[in-house]
Ligand binder design. Structure first.
Ligand code: G6P
Ligand code: MN
Length: 442
């Protein structure tokens, strides 16, 4: 095993960077970070983050770690061991449009779900493939651990173009659900072996085996959520968007108590509620820009102006730990279990083999070994997934073929979309809004 690692964070200027760095520092014994590169295309954001991380290293007495920031892919990736990728193409300004344009037409406006998520997908495919091309050129043996959204679309296009690369696409939503459950009801998820299936931001638990109890605790968790609901966990304290998500998770269970769902299904099952509760002039992107992003800029400002007092105040969930735990499992060949995105190939036996699905997998030095579910999934879940996956595949086809019709079919099939009329209206507005980012469709 290497005893000094070079890690590059692609999208280094992201507000999620400090959490990832903090997790790497905490795991120093197992993850000997020697060099950290922040790579971004946004000089200002990358500068701010450089100032913050540099200060964090000083505070933690870890200034021996070489920290650099760059806009140059060659410098960023040469000799790199791990890339953590978390780019946001078009930044928050475009996230705002992904959310507001569908809402203007009475449809769900969300960064990864619905037509907003598809617009974001079409924006992200090109830059993501370009990024992977750079990494393949300068660090062909590096592992890429990817959080870049929308993960289903990103995974699908990468699967098609680079089927054999060392890349793992993962999402922290399942562990956030688990943490919130533990926080509310006093479980310890380090005892858990969850079995889960679906697409990204679109899935269900089949069981949650609790090692300390020797049984599946999912049925009692469902019962508890139905009875009491859930409050946001400490790391999301006061966040009304997440509170609404947990309230709707309870509603999902009142309707369909047979499996614990991913909260993101609220957008597909209750699009009418989501639209009527949204403020079309002030969406999640505005909350983030006025909250997390501003806070990050303020911290950088304070450090630059030698402010005394406590400067680094963050709310971390398990986001950083999850991706660093995966890297550690690769590095030490631990074969630990995570929930990740893989090509199905029979993992879900009664679902199309060529779909990217989210299932448990063992992660080790030889890569990802998905867990096969053995039992077929129920028709309700299967039907929803088939529709959504066909829409995702059509979107990626539409990107590569530059086909307006296929993208329109994808928008129409998205379960949040009430009609082809609405799909077309949103798509036509999205084409204008994304003219710098999308291929020209005809
Ligand atoms: C979860 C999801 C991510 C998503 C994030 C949005 O962590 O798994 O994919 O990007 O929530 O959070 P935000 O606070 O930016 O709305
Ligand atoms: Mn996610």
């Amino acid at each position: 095993m290497k005893d000094s690692l070079k890690v590059t964070i692609a999208g280094g200027g992201s507000t999620y960077t400090p959490g990832i760095v903090k997790s790497m520092l905490a795991q120093q014994k197992l993850f000997p970070l020697a060099e950290l590169v922040l790579y971004d295309i946004d000089q200002q954001k990358n500068d701010d983050m450089y100032v913050i991380i540099n200060y964090m290293l000083e505070q933690e007495g870890r200034s021996e770690i070489k920290l650099t920031q760059t806009l140059d892919p060659k410098e960023a990736f040469t000799n790199c061991d791990f890339v953590f990728s978390q780019i946001r193409v078009g930044s928050f300004a475009m996230r705002e449009k992904d959310e507001k344009i569908p809402l203007k037409h009475g449809c769900v406006g969300q960064e990864t779900c619905g037509m907003g998520g598809f617009a974001y997908g079409l924006r992200t495919i090109g830059p993501m493939l370009e990024l992977i091309g750079f990494i393949q050129k300068y660090a062909p043996s590096a592992w890429i651990l990817n959080y870049t959204n929308p993960e289903s679309i990103v995974s699908e296009c990468v699967r098609r173009v680079y089927p054999h690369i060392r890349m793992i696409c993962a999402c922290d939503m399942t562990i956030s659900i688990e943490e919130t459950i533990c926080d509310n009801f006093g479980y310890d998820r380090s005892n858990w072996t969850p079995t889960y299936y679906g697409l990204n931001h679109f899935g269900w638990y089949r069981s949650i085996y609790d090692n300390a109890r020797g049984c599946d605790v999912m049925p009692e968790i469902i019962q508890k959520i139905k009875e009491k609901g859930m409050q946001v966990a400490d790391f999301n304290a006061g966040d009304t968007t997440w509170q609404e998500a947990w309230d709707n998770l309870r509603k999902q269970l009142e309707f369909f108590p047979d499996a614990l769902p991913n909260n993101y299904l609220e957008y597909y099952l209750f699009p009418d509620d989501k639209v009527s509760h949204a403020d079309p002039n002030y969406t999640r992107a505005n909350m983030i820009m006025d909250g997390r992003l501003k806070h990050t800029q303020e911290m950088a400002y304070k450090i630059r102006h030698h402010d005394k007092g406590e400067i680094l105040t963050f709310n971390f969930g398990e986001h950083g730990n999850y991706i660093v735990d995966m890297a550690v499992s690769i590095l030490h060949n631990l074969r630990k279990r995570f929930i990740v995105l893989v090509a199905n190939n029979g993992a879900i036996p009664n679902f199309r083999p060529d779909a990217v699905v989210e299932v448990p997998a063992y992660i080790s030095a030889v890569g990802v070994e998905p867990v096969a579910l053995r039992e077929p999934i129920p028709n309700f879940h299967k039907g929803m997934m088939e529709g959504q996956n066909a829409a995702e595949q059509l979107l990626v086809d539409g990107y590569f073929e530059k086909s307006y019709m296929k993208v329109l079919q994808a928008f129409t099939m998205n379960l949040t979309t009430p009609s082809a009329n609405r799909a077309k209206a949103v798509l036509d507005d999205m084409i204008v809004a994304n003219k710098e980012y999308w291929p020209q469709l005809s």
